[in-house]
Design a protein around this ligand. Structure first.
Ligand SMILES: *Cc1c(COP(=O)(O)O)cnc(C)c1O
Length: 224
């Protein structure tokens, strides 16, 4: 068996028990820089959801992906590129500002569809990352709820790159607490998308129910 198949099988077994809140955990394969062949391998090995970062890559590979996985967009998204994703994306994870939410809402309305989105929270208050602050997130979520043709489905966060496990656990727990508040406001909120290859176990233990993994499925990325 090749590496990708083994990795997928092990990861799916690893998350099969769900999170401590009794929720299933969805594994989204982060496919940036991966070949169509490797993505299709991962899907045949059991991956049900794939997530892109770059619109150009998404467009180039879109029609060549087999097995009909659900499509996620997980990367920073420029408003002028939303039009290429409308109707082809099952869940937008990275809604990090109102202008983007408005553009997805407007384009969805024009297309006669509704789009599912997550609100991105900059939980580590990092300059390098997008997203609403922890303090403004709940209020912002309510704004999104009132936009036409937009279905907010929960929250997304990226934890800081640090090996300070205590800090990571604290931030992950804060995200879960915020997700509980969101669920009190919005019965439709289902997903807390949090966890990458380096921190997904910690995130699941804190209550994440959707993780986005690249390296642990495909190995180290080749950026060429
Ligand atoms: C690349 C990426 C991931 C996956 O990262 P790995 O560390 O390779 O698992 C997850 N989320 C986002 C937003 C990404 O850009």
């Amino acid at each position: 068996m090749d590496g990708i198949e083994n990795n997928v099988k092990k990861l799916l077994e690893d998350i099969a028990g769900g999170n401590p809140f009794g929720e299933n955990v969805t594994l989204v394969a982060a496919v940036k820089f991966q070949t169509v062949q490797d993505i299709n391998r991962a899907v045949s090995a059991g991956i049900t959801d794939i997530g892109d970062n770059h619109v150009q890559e998404f467009k180039e590979k879109y029609a060549s992906i087999t097995g009909n996985p659900r499509r996620h967009f997980i990367g920073h998204l420029q408003t002028n590129k939303v039009k290429y994703l409308i109707g082809k994306t099952d869940l937008y994870h990275s809604v990090d500002r109102f202008a983007l939410a408005e553009e997805i809402s407007k384009r969805s309305e024009n297309a006669g569809i509704a789009s599912d989105v997550l609100l991105q929270v900059n939980i580590g208050d990092e300059q390098s990352k997008g997203g609403f602050s922890y303090e403004e997130a709940l209020k912002a979520y309510k704004v999104l709820l009132n936009m036409p043709s937009l279905n907010p489905k929960g929250l997304m966060a990226m934890l800081p790159f640090t090996d300070d496990t205590a800090l990571l656990k604290k931030l992950a727990a804060k995200m879960r607490a915020l997700f509980e508040k969101v669920k009190d406001t919005d019965g439709g909120a289902q997903f807390l998308s949090m966890g990458m290859s380096g921190d997904f176990r910690l995130c699941i233990d804190a209550g994440s129910n959707m993780i986005r993994l690249g390296t642990s499925i495909f190995g180290a990325r080749n950026y060429n």
